[in-house]
Write a protein that binds this ligand. Structure first.
Ligand SMILES: [Cu+2]
Length: 368
């Protein structure tokens, strides 16, 4: 998607009472997958998303034509947490909410609390999952089942990967196939995950995804058995033979207490709307290492071009997944390769904990 004009242009501001029409042609080689949209206005994104201004986008593609995938019933799960007080209002975010990233007290799937789903034994379903929250991490598990991971946020995998759990930081998406097992009631839950953060009174925040296992949905397996198959091959692009890397960069995530409160930074500075932080040549490959020098995890998101994570040895991560959002654990680094294809213009990269983005953890890359 072009980051300019009326495409994925995060510089557009739609002022109160105004309207703006997003109008774009999806490129023919755009991968199919599960995407989403939300406001990006610097300084107010966290509040607007927390209040619910989000939606999912499904892009159909090659994966939809894999016979076993096409045969599966499709469900879309938008994971969204929020808080509503006794009078039905959304409370104003506190300073701690801004420091740690705000987690809501209610955790919903498509707006419902712990809904019940039904499947037949042996039946295969395709679940598209979006973490549309501000800051909550999900460590997804389906009790009694192994999930087949088939798609990441940048498109389908080349082969399904059997996984017992999936970590979805804010902004991230995943697609899985689920084959229902033995009759009974199973739980789709989020396991405890410690993403670090500032301590106050011995507790991180009030709702902390680190605290307890949370039931997101109940899966009731019942009825006559279904004979359905899982695929062995998918539609994901193979390793694209990246070729020469034109530039290697290190981006450092940091935080500091400033005169106006907490500041979250990339390369020692907070976001500047008018500033270009990184200049890249169109149609070149780069390797970026994101180093997290803070005491909490940050999900790093790059607009426009998806990337592939590589290991310390420079080799592609085993899944080969294309991603646009990757968790960078506290005190550690993540390296990825990205090809800046097709689209000149200015795009953003930022922490997808939206409070951190609002407090400055964002930068601008210009491709020319
Ligand atoms: Cu962050």
């Amino acid at each position: 998607m072009p980051p300019t004009g009326s495409g994925d242009n995060a510089f557009v501001q739609v002022m109160p009472g105004e309207s703006f029409q997003y109008d774009f042609d999806l490129p023919a080689d755009h991968p199919g997958g599960t995407f989403w949209y939300h406001p990006h206005i610097h300084g107010r994104a966290a509040e607007q998303v927390f209040r619910g201004l989000v939606g999912a986008i499904v892009v159909e593609g090659d994966l939809d034509r894999v016979p076993e995938v096409a045969a599966a019933r499709e469900r879309l799960f938008v994971l969204k947490d929020g808080t509503i007080d006794a009078s039905g209002r959304v409370p104003v975010a506190t300073m701690m909410d801004f420091m740690n990233g705000r987690e809501g007290q209610l955790v919903t799937i498509n707006g419902a609390l712990a809904p019940r789903l039904a499947m037949r034994p042996g039946e295969v379903e395709r679940w598209r999952i979006v973490n549309a929250g501000n800051a909550r991490y999900y460590r997804l598990r389906l009790s009694g089942h192994t999930m087949q991971w088939i798609g990441s946020d940048g498109g389908p995998l080349s082969t399904p990967k059997a996984v017992d759990e999936l970590l979805l930081p804010p902004g991230k998406r995943a697609e899985v196939l689920v084959q229902a097992g033995a009759p009974g009631v199973h739980r789709l839950s989020s396991l405890p995950y410690s993403r670090g953060g500032m301590m106050m009174g011995g507790m991180m925040g009030r709702s902390g995804s680190s605290a307890t296992e949370l039931t997101l949905a109940e899966l009731v397996v019942q009825g006559e058995s279904a004979a359905m198959d899982l695929p062995t091959r998918l539609a994901g692009a193979a390793d694209p033979q990246f070729g020469e890397v034109a530039a290697r960069r290190e981006l450092v995530l940091s935080e500091a207490m400033g005169p106006g409160g907490m500041r979250f930074m990339i390369d020692g500075r907070v976001f500047g709307h008018e500033r270009v932080d990184i200049r890249v040549r169109l149609d070149t490959n780069e390797e970026w290492t994101i180093r997290n020098a803070t005491d909490m995890d940050h999900p790093f998101h790059l607009h426009t071009n998806p990337f592939q994570v590589v290991g310390a040895d420079g080799r592609l991560a085993p899944s080969g997944a294309w991603e646009d959002t990757v968790n960078v654990p506290r005190g550690r680094s993540v390296t990825f390769r990205v090809r800046f294809r097709d689209f000149p213009g200015k795009a953003m990269y930022h922490c997808h904990i939206l409070e951190h983005e609002d407090l400055g953890m964002m930068g601008v890359v210009e491709v020319a």
